[in-house]
Design a binder for this molecule. Structure first.
Ligand SMILES: Cc1cc2nc3c(=O)[nH]c(=O)nc-3n(C[C@H](O)[C@H](O)[C@H](O)COP(=O)(O)O)c2cc1C
Length: 195
């Protein structure tokens, strides 16, 4: 059984179109092949790395106390076979809570390492998948930074393969969001079925 980690950053919850896209993906996964663990960073109360929270993290990493409970999410991330992020496009990127999650799992000695040649990823996962919906269209646009950043961070953590499925133009003038979402859900089901 492979482990799939689903990181739910669909802030609008049941009203979220991105969550619907994620549901299409998750419902299609072969349950005999994948065990799914869902994490909602907001519900988990994850905090950004500031003040005492940052200081404690630095001290524990310095000491090598990597079995501390606060690194649970980093250990979980490092062990997953497939990681799926679901988040809408906000301010040309993604909601801050996803960055908070990334700050929390980015731990030297667990998800990445450092040697004479520099930094290297140490996650065992083979694939990182980003599911998103966007108000406007960003195909071939350099303005969209969310997927671009997640592709880079997936390399940083050592994932071999990155893919993004986006429903673009959900709020665009004259567009029918139901058709756009149905098309993206079809692609998400196809990707899930291929895993
Ligand atoms: C706070 C906020 C910021 C947004 N920023 C952008 C943006 O920069 N570009 C864009 O095209 N759409 C933007 N949108 C629109 C969303 O990307 C779009 O409506 C998306 O489908 C929302 O996903 P959801 O239904 O999962 O919440 C924004 C929406 C919100 C609420």
């Amino acid at each position: 059984m492979k482990e799939l980690l689903f990181i739910d950053c669909c802030i609008r919850g049941k009203d979220s179109r991105t969550r619907k896209l994620a549901n299409a993906f998750l419902e299609t996964l072969d349950q005999n092949k994948y065990h799914v663990t869902a994490v909602n960073p907001e519900a988990e109360g994850m905090l950004p790395l500031t003040g005492a929270n940052f200081a404690q993290r630095e001290k524990l990493v310095e000491e090598g106390t990597l079995d501390h409970p606060r690194f649970h999410y980093a250990r979980q991330f490092a062990q997953a076979d497939v990681v799926v992020f679901a988040a809408p496009l906000w301010e040309l990127s993604f909601p801050a809570i996803l960055k908070v999650y990334i700050e929390n799992v980015s731990v030297k000695g667990l998800t990445f390492g450092c040697d004479a040649d520099g930094l290297f990823g140490s996650c065992r996962g083979s694939r990182l998948i980003f599911l998103t919906t966007r108000g406007e269209r960003y195909e071939n646009s350099e303005l969209e930074q969310g997927s671009r950043y997640l592709e880079a961070i997936s390399k940083f953590f050592g994932f071999k393969d990155y893919s993004c499925i986006a429903a673009d133009g959900m709020d665009a003038a004259g567009a029918d969001p139901r058709i756009i979402l149905a098309d993206a859900c079809g692609r998400a089901r196809g990707l899930a079925a291929s895993l």
